[in-house]
Design a protein around this ligand. Structure first.
Ligand SMILES: [Cu+2]
Length: 403
């Protein structure tokens, strides 16, 4: 396996956008504790033209809460800067990421389930087949901030795979990247299918077929298990793996189970969203500079998620953040029920406004805005630093179907 160090390499150096390099040099002498905040804000200032000029356009369309501050006038460390007008605007990212160039859009990812293709096995069971390729790709994670990612199917997070309890799953994995990779599924499978060395970890140009039964139902994680693990993880090699419960196997909660089966009539009333909390260490110092849901910092500030308040909301939430021990999800103006791991049909927590997830933890959130006024309802990590570095968004709640 090619050696990869945790120190910045020449390859990593060259992959960092010029603006980032300039910013890093500017803050190189500063205290380590200030570096990642300074780097990001400094980087955005150094990105210059596009980011700063775009603020004008954004201010015309962004919700009032994001009102533009004068980022260009800020010192490298925002906490050392004059705080006049810094309530929110100065801490947000300005400009827009080019989703078309990336080839994926965080908004589209919310509902873009990959259900593969199916065949019927001789015993009558469904065989569900997914195809996943590991691909090296540079992606734009914040306006003007580029990151040399390793991806599953050219997107970060990887495809949100979705199956039904009891199906046989076959995942055809091809490594088109430059390093050894694997797919390690959290769930139940044989040792031969574990995605570790000798069990489906493959080199560039190789292919492996993982096969196992879809169980238990719930909201699971898959990720690459090549070493060094934290590097492969944070490079973008993770995704949601959702197994819908089979209502026939859960007669006491058949209605609840049916509501989770993608494509069922009971499921149709729900607004289901796939959200992966993630972050990026853009200067390879072992700390993150950009935080997000579905990769793009502040994506859902720029494009609030439309919610029809007559229909309940269900979020499949996962924490794929490396380097920081925990991440969290906080909802404004509302409370939600939480199903830890999603592998049960009654909530493990009821009526909560914040849920915390450590690395690799995941679960299902359910809530409704049925009795609320229309408006923009914020959600974000409750680690304020994560919020300011990109992990913040709005639900745009309005009238309901037909209004
Ligand atoms: Cu990998």
């Amino acid at each position: 396996m090619p050696a990869q160090t945790e120190k910045p390499s020449h390859a990593a150096e060259s992959a960092v956008a010029p603006a980032q390099r300039d910013a890093r040099q500017a803050v190189a002498a500063g205290p380590a504790s200030a570096s990642r905040r300074a780097l990001l804000v400094g980087g955005l200032v150094a990105a210059g033209g596009a980011a700063v000029v775009a603020r004008q356009a954004q201010a015309q369309t962004a919700p009032a809460a994001t009102g533009a501050g004068n980022m260009a006038d800020m010192a490298a460390d925002p906490y050392a800067a004059d705080t006049g007008g810094m309530m929110s605007g100065n801490m947000t990212m300005v400009g827009r990421v080019d989703h078309a160039r990336n080839g994926f859009d965080p908004t589209a990812m919310l509902t873009d389930w990959d259900t593969g293709r199916t065949e019927i096995l001789p015993d009558g069971r469904t065989l569900r087949i997914f195809e996943v390729d590991a691909i090296d790709m540079e992606i734009e994670i914040a306006p003007g901030v580029f990151f040399p990612a390793w991806t599953f199917n050219g997107r970060v997070p990887g495809p949100a795979l979705r199956a039904k309890e009891g199906e046989r799953l076959r995942i055809i994995f091809r490594n088109l990247g430059s390093h050894p990779h694997s797919m390690h599924f959290h769930g139940i499978h044989s040792a031969r299918m574990d995605g570790i060395t000798g069990a489906g970890l493959i080199g560039p140009g190789e292919e492996f077929v993982y096969e196992f039964d879809a169980k238990p139902f719930g909201c699971h994680l898959y990720h690459c298990h090549a070493l060094p693990l934290k590097r492969h993880m944070h490079k973008g090699m993770y995704g949601l793996f959702v197994v819908d419960p089979d209502p026939a196997l859960h007669p006491e909660f058949a209605d609840v189970a049916a509501s989770r089966v993608l494509g069922s009539p009971e499921n149709a009333q729900w607004q289901e969203l796939a959200m992966v909390m993630n972050a990026f260490d853009t200067n390879f110092d072992g700390a993150n500079e950009v935080y997000a849901v579905n990769t793009i910092g502040m994506a859902f500030m720029n494009a609030p998620i439309k919610i029809d308040k007559s229909r309940p909301v269900r979020i499949y939430l996962m924490n794929a953040t490396e380097f920081d021990p925990i991440n969290s999800f906080h909802l404004h103006g509302n409370f939600f029920d939480y199903f830890d791991t999603g592998s049960q049909l009654v909530p493990t927590l009821r009526t909560v406004d914040v849920i915390m997830q450590c690395q690799a933890q995941r679960g299902i959130l359910e809530f409704s805005f049925a009795d609320h006024e229309d408006g923009l309802y914020m959600f974000h990590a409750h680690q304020a630093e994560f919020t300011e570095l990109g992990w913040m968004g709005f639900f745009d709640v309005s009238g309901g179907r037909g209004e």
